[in-house]
Design a protein around this ligand. Structure first.
Ligand code: FAD
Length: 815
């Protein structure tokens, strides 16, 4: 075994082998994979070998498509058969709600280039003979699904990697990983040591244990999973003989089953409700090529449905039941990327569908390691979407929930109950008493809307029970004053002598003067977005103020993601310090035409427009509580964001609510906030603003100080984008919807062709219009007509809304 390597990949399952292959293919040859046993000795060897393109996140779906297309390449290069059979498949719906969901999948598939088509249950039966069509209301046909030989694929990756110069060391167990003073990693194995610049944890079933070697507790958990293989079936033999083709794949969402042909019989797997974790705290090192004891009782309810939906199964014996463990992250998507605070330590784990996702994971990770950027929008797989709040017990509850709901519908207004409440703010119970219906953002309970006694969300794809109540919250803001909690924002304090120069290089904006705020994009080296923030510079009147004190406000769900970026770019001379304040600062916001009157009533500070204009920020006492107040509001209205230490939040809340009575103050939640910001065409991080868009494309170019002296990160890329005009444009659309609004990822049609996608939207209650934000090619971005947006299988006429529906001339905002 070599003593030094640029990269050590730990784990010879399908994921580690794919990472190794992609590194070698991109030119990093000094790479070695360490596997404690034979290759495939974790979950890989007993996988059912199914591959699918669809995924709830379109960007993950794209990488799944890439994975499936890759198999030909590795088979040719390695000479190793992968056993890939692209049979195509049907996705079956037994209910109308499921069919609505599938229509959304078809719509997404259009701009992802997936070949999906809505068909009737009878047509599905003609394609897949084992179905009882009476059990289904419809289906979707796809041509890309299929199956493969798990061991063949893994060995093909490894052989292809070796051909390109990579090395594979089997029976080499990593026992310790130590960071050296020079920043390199000392990887200690049972066969000696390797010094490496980079380490990739692709430990699969042991990813947690490998993480613990560097003090990392990864949010992954293995679940038991069963599939059965039947005896030969006459129906299968007859179909094979008659058509000369295999029986195609089927996913029966309502039965929670997947099926495919296996030799002369069928393979049927299930994600049963009675989900069972495996090795909850520690994966035994002596586990290898064993299977777990099958438990047919656990999957019996699913099988019963299966026998009804696919009657031939009832007449056939079961030859074998396979039960094996594989790992999941709390939301079921992989954990990929660099780990904050551990430079050179990367993860590629929690991959629950290694044969659909392994190629994409390898490609994104190798890009990231080699070029500093994954090259794709991989937010849905980024390890940084979790913070330390994703504890082992949280993960356990969420993974069980996710497993048992793997094929369940999640409605757009449905909040999942497991592992809640975890993080709460001091006014949580006060809001709950007033009817708050909570959702979760980055582990924190956030109020979505306020329900009258006895009213709750009815889960639906269409407008639901909250609609009229959210409308009233919106009306209160636009006509009087509303109060909402903003604690879920990320807040970062930046201090130090070098802060000004550092921020000038880090952020694309012109830095604000003391006591002022500005909106700012943050760019990557290639000039695309990596963040959008409000940057505040503390004024001279503030405690702890001065030119070295700054506050950055941003998207709460991206706190870990952005801290990883900030820390990577910190100077190493100690002249700048940044910390995420988390819930050590909590927030309330008031907005609406009477917001100023309300605030003036609870403070002695001068709230007049002249003394406290738009984008001003200062320390102000509200009642008795010291707060930091900024004049800005995501509602697009006259409004204030108020930040305080948590011990003051109840007091500030009561003060504002009591003083607000005279102005008819009303609580509003994030659904109303969404309706309000849509009227202003305001986008947000992880929806409109993502690392695949440039500032011009995203309409944030007006906040980029192209001419500023500082050579800010991404300047050259941003200038180039301005010169070429980029490719896309973010646009707001008003659509003729009937009883449902977009949620995101719907297809945008123009002149009969799919040309773009929706990033978010909803009903703008004050304007009484259905609004969608989304990207289209710049060539059609100013077209007067011809747009349609596909919603639940139907195309609705849409027109571009070039100016905000509300307060286009900024009188309310600045007045
Ligand atoms: C019953 C069943 C059916 C499945 N069906 C499908 C399917 O149809 N389609 C699909 O896409 N997926 C399926 N899966 C899931 C699939 O198996 C996993 O997604 C995939 O195997 C994950 O691969 P991995 O490389 O991440 O992990 P693993 O396969 O667990 O590999 C990790 C490797 O790392 C090695 N390792 C760990 N720690 C160390 C160390 N310290 N030193 C050296 N080596 C180490 C292990 O020995 C192991 O070989 C199924 C899983 C099961 C259990």
């Amino acid at each position: 075994m070599k003593s030094h390597a640029q990269v050590v990949v730990i784990g010879g399952g399908v994921v580690g082998c794919s990472v190794l292959y992609h590194l070698a293919r991109s030119g990093w040859k000094d790479v070695v994979l360490l596997e404690r046993d034979e290759l495939t000795s974790g979950s890989t060897w007993h996988a059912a070998g199914g591959m699918h393109t669809i995924n709830g996140d379109p960007n993950v779906a794209k990488l799944q498509k890439y994975t499936i297309e890759l198999y030909k390449e590795i088979e040719e290069l390695s000479g190793q058969a992968t056993g890939v059979h692209v049979t195509g498949g049907v996705l079956l719906a037994a209910t109308e709600a499921r069919m609505d969901w599938l229509r959304g999948v078809v719509a997404k598939g259009r701009y992802l280039g997936l070949d999906l088509e809505e068909i009737s249950a009878e047509e599905a039966h003609r394609l897949m003979p084992l179905i009882d069509p009476r059990q289904f209301v419809g289906a979707v046909r796809n041509s890309e699904d299929g199956h493969l030989d798990p061991s063949g694929v893994t060995h093909a990756y490894a052989k292809a990697a070796r051909k390109l110069g990579a090395e594979v060391e089997r029976f080499t167990k990593v026992e310790e990983i130590v960071r050296q003073p020079d920043g390199k990693w000392r990887v200690v194995t049972n066969k000696g040591e390797v010094i490496a610049e980079h380490v990739v944890n692709a430990g699969g079933l042991w990813a947690r244990e490998v993480g613990r070697m560097v003090g990392l507790e990864l949010p992954v958990l293995a679940m038991e999973h069963m599939y059965l293989i039947t005896e030969d079936m006459p129906e299968v033999a007859e179909w094979n003989a008659r058509t000369g083709t295999e029986v195609i794949h089927a996913v029966d969402f309502d039965g929670e089953l997947y099926l495919r042909q296996e030799r002369g019989g069928m393979l049927m797997g299930t994600y049963e409700k009675a989900a069972k974790p495996w090795s909850e705290f520690q994966t035994p090192w002596n586990f290898g090529h064993e299977l777990l004891e099958p438990d047919i009782d656990r999957i019996a309810p699913s099988l019963e449905v299966g026998f009804r939906h696919f009657p031939a199964f009832e007449r056939t014996g079961i030859k074998q039941i396979i039960n094996g463990p594989f790992t999941f992250a709390p939301d079921g998507n992989p954990l990929v990327g660099p780990v904050r605070g551990l430079p050179g330590f990367w993860v590629a784990c929690g991959v629950m569908a290694g044969f659909s996702q392994g190629g994409g994971v390898g490609l994104a990770l190798s890009n990231w390691m080699i070029h500093g950027d994954p090259g794709f929008d991989i937010w849905a797989m980024d390890v940084a979407r979790y913070g330390e709040w994703a504890s082992m017990a949280y993960t356990n509850a969420k993974v069980r929930e996710n497993y048992s709901r793997r094929f369940s519908i999640r409605f757009p207004n449905e909040e999942l109950p497991a592992a809640r409440p975890l993080k709460t703010t001091p006014i949580y119970d006060l809001l709950a008493e007033r009817g708050a219906q909570f959702g979760v953002a980055y582990g924190l309970e956030v109020p979505l809307w306020y329900a009258p006694e006895g009213v709750r969300d009815e889960f639906s794809w269409r407008r639901s029970t909250d609609f009229e109540h959210v409308a009233k919250e919106v009306q209160a803001v636009r006509e009087g004053v509303g109060l909402t909690e903003t604690s879920s924002f990320a807040k970062y304090r930046v201090v130090g002598q070098g802060a000004e120069a550092w921020l000038d290089r880090l952020l694309a904006c012109r830095l604000p003067k003391p006591g002022r705020m500005t909106l700012t994009p943050m760019l990557k080296e290639d000039g695309k977005l990596i963040g959008d923030f409000t940057l505040a510079r503390m004024g001279s009147g503030n405690p702890g103020s001065g030119k070295d004190q700054w506050l950055i406000l941003g998207s709460g769900v991206a706190e870990q993601f952005h801290m990883r970026w900030f820390e990577k770019h910190l100077p190493d001379d100690g002249s700048v310090a940044i910390e995420a304040l988390g819930l050590r600062r909590v927030g309330l916001s008031i907005a609406g035409p009477k917001a100023r009157d309300l605030l003036a009533k609870v403070t002695r500070a001068d709230m007049s427009n002249a003394a406290f204009p738009f984008m001003a920020i200062r320390a102000i006492d509200i009642g008795m509580s010291p707060c930091l107040v900024g004049r800005v509001s995501y509602t697009g209205d006259l409004g204030y964001e108020i930040w305080m230490a948590p011990e003051y939040q109840r007091s500030v809340f009561h003060t504002l609510m009591q003083a607000g009575e005279e102005f008819g103050v009303r609580l509003f939640g994030s659904r109303a906030l969404n309706a309000l910001r849509l009227e202003k065409n305001y986008g947000s991080w992880a929806r409109e603003y993502r690392p695949i868009y440039g500032p011009l494309e995203a309409g944030l170019d007006r906040f980029v100080a192209y001419g500023k002296e500082a050579d800010f990160i991404g300047k050259a890329g941003a200038l180039q984008e301005r010169e070429t005009g980029g490719k896309l444009r973010l646009r707001a659309f008003v659509l003729d919807a009937d009883d449902a609004d977009v949620i995101g990822d719907e297809a945008i049609w123009h002149d009969g062709q799919v040309r773009g996608w929706v990033t978010s939207g909803g009903y703008a209650h004050a304007s009484k219009l259905s609004v969608a934000l989304g990207y289209v090619p710049k060539e059609i971005a100013d077209a007067a007509d011809g747009f349609e947006i596909e919603l639940l299988g139907k195309r609705h006429r849409a027109r571009i809304q070039p100016t905000p529906l509300f307060d286009a001339n900024l009188e309310r905002l600045r007045g």
